[in-house]
Ligand binder design. Sequence first.
Ligand code: 5GP
Length: 112
Amino acid sequence: MTDTIFSKIINKEIPADIVYEDEKCIAFNDISPQAPTHILVIPRKGISKLSESQETDKDLLGHLMLSATQIAKKLNLDDYRLVINNGADAGQTVFHLHIHILAGRPFGWPPG
Ligand code: 5GP
């Protein structure tokens, strides 16, 4: 996949407000928050979108989900929404897989 702004954040070429990182993933505050808490959890591995992930990414995908829940727990978030936009029509604008953690306000359904 081609490099994105998130590759630059992973490589510390541009700053980000990092809230968590380990050997497989990094999480940071969204630059344009859509809720009082808006964090992005991304794999260090370059996967452009969820549908491009492979069977061999199974552990990594589980790790991302568990990391998201652990970050939420650490921040004492009770209710929150996890979002993965897969593809442009679904709202994806940065083509490096990421999970949004959104919290701190009520959310409607269906989403816009
Ligand atoms: P998407 O629309 O692809 O699901 O989400 C991409 C998210 O990345 C958006 O919420 C957008 O605000 C965020 N974003 C884009 N560029 C940057 C950046 O340079 N830094 C940070 N922290 N977030 C970014």
